[in-house]
Design a protein around this ligand. Structure first.
Ligand code: S3P
Length: 448
């Protein structure tokens, strides 16, 4: 059976998240989105069958699966497993129609990397949110490798790219801390003769490096002062793998914060990925006084994992070190919710990247939380939040929170609704399906 991409229903789907009783019991969040994308892409480049369990079946990952099928790989579900039959590095085929990336920046930027070193031409399209996001950050290095980009003066979708084979190996120092840009260049390097190098001044999530090595690519990482120097040898041959995808810490984050905020909560979230390049939020919440215990720490699919036991806690505001930002970059919206109910002030800075996510997450969260009664000051590169000292947020009795097609805004404001007196109504819950299709069902179960 193949699973097609599930496009959003045509009309927005508003929902009021009501104040909740304690979150209790044990839940399991879906597979990690970053690892899911990469397992399909690398499986599609290996010769033979890669088997994946725990794959996130969210719209973003399904967009990657559809694109890899359009370029010749077989990607299908059989029972609980996803099976990917790859075409081999260099074997991607010309897609016959535009690649619809939906809401997914990761699909777009990583696939541009893959296509850059294949002699094929592809048109990329996306939804209204994705069509505003900057692609110049991947266009620049991939152009240095020889790819060409047409049809977009300002570097946004829709655009057409022409890959080239052989591409030119480059040494590229990342101007922004972005795992997507790093991964795009490394993936392009797989089918490029010689050595492709990425220099990372600030460490970002390293799933691509771990998985490329797991598939047998010759990849080295060297530390030189603050820099990480990552090299990959081209003309690689990838061996198919069996992959178990751990639970997504970015999805667990919503339940962790909900359990911390709602009185009487005691919740276990099983199988949460705790790769150090992803686990910054849990460190910050502990520093704010959150009771988050790691149970049964183990390894799943080459990634550290544990069950998290989270109990209601009184939180205290802190100044968050901007150096932690890459390790919790997707978790700031829900951290802002936690900070809104802490005692004292939480200060965040160095978060310019949040302005170019699925929405401008600084402006959108400042508006959403202020609308729900929180005390927020928006600065150029962060928010300053005066917490309520543990009191519930007021919520939104007569208005709808604007989520701007951003799944993480919708889920963060859902958590704010649970910890409010009037509830919070979000204008559209459809985007939640991009990363966390069973969010509402899990919330209903845990908070009943
Ligand atoms: C991702 C990297 C991050 C993150 C995104 C997933 C990835 O983006 O925000 O949700 O899988 O590589 P940036 O590379 O833009 O920081």
């Amino acid at each position: 059976m193949t699973t097609p991409t599930a496009p959003h229903a045509a009309a927005p789907n508003p929902h009021r998240f009501m104040p909740s009783g304690p979150l209790k019991g044990r839940i399991r969040v879906p597979g990690d989105k970053s690892i899911s994308h990469r397992s399909i892409m690398l499986g599609a480049l290996a010769v033979g069958e890669t088997r994946v369990t725990g794959l996130l079946e969210g719209e973003d990952v399904l967009a990657t699966a559809a694109a890899m099928r359009a370029m010749g790989a077989q990607v299908r579900k059989s029972g609980e497993e996803w099976l990917v039959h790859g075409v081999g590095v260099g074997g991607l085929l010309q897609p016959q129609s535009a690649l619809d990336m939906g809401n997914s920046g990761t699909s777009t930027r990583l696939l541009m990397g893959l296509i850059a070193s294949h002699g094929i031409t592809a048109t990329f399209t996306g939804d209204a949110s994705l069509s505003q996001r900057p692609m110049g950050r991947v266009i620049e290095p991939l152009s240095q490798m020889g790819a060409q980009f047409h049809g977009s003066a300002d570097g946004t979708l829709p655009l057409v790219m022409e890959g080239i084979c052989p591409a030119v190996p480059i040494e590229y120092r990342l101007p922004v801390a972005s795992a997507q840009v790093k991964s795009a260049v490394l993936l392009a390097g797989l089918n490029t003769p010689g050595i492709t190098t990425v220099i990372e001044p600030v460490p970002t999530r390293d799933h691509s490096e771990r998985m490329l090595r797991g598939f047998g690519a010759e990849l080295d990482v060297e530390e030189a002062g603050e820099d990480r120097i990552i090299t990959v040898r081209g003309d690689a041959e990838l061996q198919p793998q069996t992959i178990e995808v751990p639970g997504d810490p970015s999805s667990a984050a919503f339940f962790v914060v909900a359990a911390l905020l709602v009185e009487g909560s005691d919740l276990v979230i099983e199988n949460v990925g705790l790769n150090p390049t992803r686990a910054g939020l849990f460190e910050v919440l502990r520093a704010m006084g959150g009771h988050i215990e790691e149970l049964d720490r183990r390894d799943v699919g080459g990634e550290p994992v544990a069950d998290l036991r989270v109990r209601h806690s009184a939180l205290t505001g802190i100044a968050i070190d901007p150096a932690l930002a890459p390790s919790m970059i997707d978790e700031f919206p829900v951290l802002f919710v936690a900070a809104s109910m802490a005692s004292g002030t939480t200060t965040t800075s160095g978060l310019d990247e949040l302005r170019v996510k699925e929405s401008d997450r600084l402006a959108v969260m400042a508006a959403a939380l202020s609308g729900a009664g929180a005390n927020i000051t928006e600065r150029e590169d962060g928010l300053v939040i005066e917490g309520t000292g543990g009191a519930l947020l007021r919520g939104t009795a007569n208005s709808r929170t604007k989520t701007h097609l951003d799944h993480r805004i919708a889920m963060s404001m859902a958590v704010a609704g649970l910890a409010s007196s009037d509830g919070v109504e979000v204008d559209d819950t459809r985007p939640i399906a991009t990363s966390f299709p069973n969010f509402m069902a899990l919330l209903d179960g845990a908070a009943s």
